[in-house]
Structure formats: C-alpha cells, structure tokens
Design a protein around this ligand. Structure first.
Ligand SMILES: NC(=O)c1ccc[n+]([C@@H]2O[C@H](COP(=O)([O-])OP(=O)(O)OC[C@H]3O[C@@H](n4cnc5c(N)ncnc54)[C@H](O)[C@@H]3O)[C@@H](O)[C@H]2O)c1
Length: 309
C-alpha cells in the first residue's frame, strides 16, 4: 500500500475515483482537493464512513488546500469543467488549461516526486500543460483516455458477441477525441481474431460507437459527462503503478520519436509500474492505422499550439 494518493477535483470523476482508490486500499491516505468549500471535506468524510461497511482501512480526507496532500506518491488530476451537450472537448481548452496549470503548480510544490495521472479534458493537451508546468519527466505525467476508450470498445464487443468482457483483448490508440484509433488488427476474443467472429460492417459500427462513446453519455445525461467508467480507468492506472503490476495499458504518453512522432502526448501502449511510465511499446500498424494515428496526432497538435500557458 502506498502512503498517499491525492485526487484533485472532487466532482463526479474525482469523487468516484477517490472512493475506488480507497476501496482498493491503494494508499493509506486518500486526499481529495477541490476549490469548492466544504465539498471535498463532506465527500471525504462520507466516503470514510463507508469504510467500516465496505471493509477498507484507507483514510479519506478532503481539503481546499494542498498541505494535506503533501508528498503524495500519485496525484490524479480531474479538476476542470466537464463537457455540456453539443460542446466538444476542445471547447474546454483554455478554461481547463488555466485550472490544470494552477493545480500542477501546487503539485510541483507540495508533491515533487509524485506520478501524475491526468484526466481533465481535452486530455492530451492537459497532459502537456501538466508536464510543461511541473517540468516532471515523461515517466511521471501520464494521461487516462485509452483505458476508457478501450473499455467502451470491449463492452460493446462483449455485448454484440454475447461473451464475457474479460475475454475481449483490445487496444484503442491515438488522441482522446473523435480521431481515436481502435486497432482492429489487435482485437481478439481469447486469442481469436475479431474478424473471424464478426463481419466488417458490424465491427465498423462498433468502432464508430466507441469513437462517440463519450458524446453518447453526455446526450443521455444532459448535464455533465461520464464518470463511472472514467474513474475506473484512472484507478486502473493508479493500481498498476501502486502495485508495480507492469501492466500494458493504452495511455497518453509524451512521445519522443515513437511511432515516428515527437513533442506531443498521444495514446500508445504503455507499461505502467512503480516508476510510472516504464516503457512505450511500439506495435506494427496497418497503413490505415498509421494514417489514422497521424491524423489523430494532428488533431492534438492544433489545440496544443493554441493553448496559453
Ligand atoms: N480523460 C477522460 O477520459 C475523461 C473522462 C471523463 C471526464 N473527463 C474530464 O474530467 C474532468 C472532470 O469531470 P467531472 O465530470 O468530474 O466534472 P465535475 O464538474 O463533476 O468536477 C470537476 C471538479 O473540479 C473542481 N475544480 C475546478 N477548478 C478547480 C481547481 N482549480 N482546483 C481544484 N478543483 C477544481 C470543481 O469544483 C469540480 O468539483 C473534466 O474536464 C472532464 O471533461 C475526462
């Protein structure tokens, strides 16, 4: 068990993530930080009071400052505003960049050795903001998007095939946006290539639904966006790090030439362990997948240039 994990932002994603971290006992103390007075304190106390029933010993506390979060080993950043219906992730750009900048400055000051998992949108650009502001090496600034996008893809495939979600292996790469790249060539069901189990038209429809997975939920909810699966995604990454699992998960990572790309965050297969991002794995891509990844990179570069730091 780690000593301390902090979740910044005690909204839908942050509070759900804090509860999941505590239930998994990933750290002795879980600190929730938010700017709204009383909210992190109230939610933290409420979560801690579920401990005797759920049977966990992680202590959850809430705060409006960063003193209590000092020397966290992992910091999950979920602060920001969420998408409203009709709003793209990039509409959120400058508001959330300002918020993530302020959070990153505090994290750098109070938890200089932390591994940061960024969740705030637009994801790949917010990772860039966090990395620029903290000056942390790429091993310690990682974005959560691919795990969520892959989970959505796996859930849709399991439903369509009427098989266990556990048996679906898949990988969604690229930016967290409409240009994400679900890798059909690496999608299998217990080792059986997906193309042997499903016709191409059905598969394409699922890929399309995955691309719009976030928007589908925003449309239902009307006020706010998804948070159960997003918090699961962030906590799976935190768990891989806390328990040094060396899991291979699709995460947004700072590229330094991998896949022929550099100087941006993009979703790629990553090995996560106690040192954070321990390795980026380069897999062979089809001509179409490579073209889609490059298009996705361009969709990340554009807002990256526009962001004011
Ligand atoms: N990467 C992904 O796959 C993914 C998935 C879902 C949501 N998100 C993003 O995560 C973010 C949070 O979503 P949510 O649904 O929890 O939103 P939310 O509105 O429920 O919560 C956001 C919280 O951040 C807090 N906050 C604002 N400014 C802050 C600051 N400077 N310091 C600390 N806290 C601050 C707010 O008070 C609020 O409680 C959004 O940007 C959303 O787009 C990303």
């Amino acid at each position: 068990m780690l000593n301390k994990i902090t979740v910044v932002g005690a909204g839908n994603v942050g509070a759900t993530a804090a509860q999941r971290v505590a239930e998994k006992e990933l750290a002795r103390t879980v600190v929730m930080v938010d700017v709204v007075e009383g909210v992190p304190q109230g939610k933290g106390l409420d979560q801690w009071q579920s401990a005797p029933i759920e049977g966990f010993d992680s202590r959850v506390v809430g705060s409006n400052g960063y003193e209590e979060s000092a020397d966290s080993e992992i910091v999950i950043i979920t602060a920001g505003i969420a998408r409203k219906p009709g709003m793209s992730r990039d509409d959120l750009l400058n508001t959330n960049a300002g918020i993530v900048k302020q959070v990153a400055e505090q994290v750098k000051k109070t938890s200089p050795n932390a591994i940061i998992i960024v969740v705030s949108n637009p994801l790949d650009v917010m990772c860039y903001v966090a990395k620029q502001v903290t000056g942390f090496p790429r091993e310690r600034v990682i974005g959560m998007a691919g795990v969520l996008d892959t989970a959505r893809y796996r859930a849709f495939l399991a439903e369509a095939l009427d098989v266990s979600v556990r048996d679906i292996q898949a990988m969604v790469l690229g930016g967290h946006g409409d240009t994400m790249v679900p890798l059909i060539s690496y999608t299998s069901v217990s080792g059986i290539p997906i193309t042997q189990l499903m016709d191409r038209a059905k598969l394409d429809a699922i890929v399309d639904r995955t691309r719009n997975g976030g928007a589908e939920i925003v449309k239902h909810l009307k006020t706010g966006s998804a948070y159960y699966a997003p918090s699961s995604g962030a906590v799976q990454m935190a768990e891989a790090i806390a328990h040094d699992q060396k899991r291979i998960l699709p995460c947004s990572a700072w590229l330094e030439g991998e896949y022929g790309l550099k100087g941006l965050f993009l979703g790629v297969p990553c090995k996560l362990g106690r040192n954070g991002l321990e390795k980026i794995i380069e897999v062979d891509l089809t001509v179409e997948e490579r073209a889609a990844l490059e298009k996705s990179a361009e969709a990340v570069r554009e807002p990256m240039r526009a962001v004011k730091l």
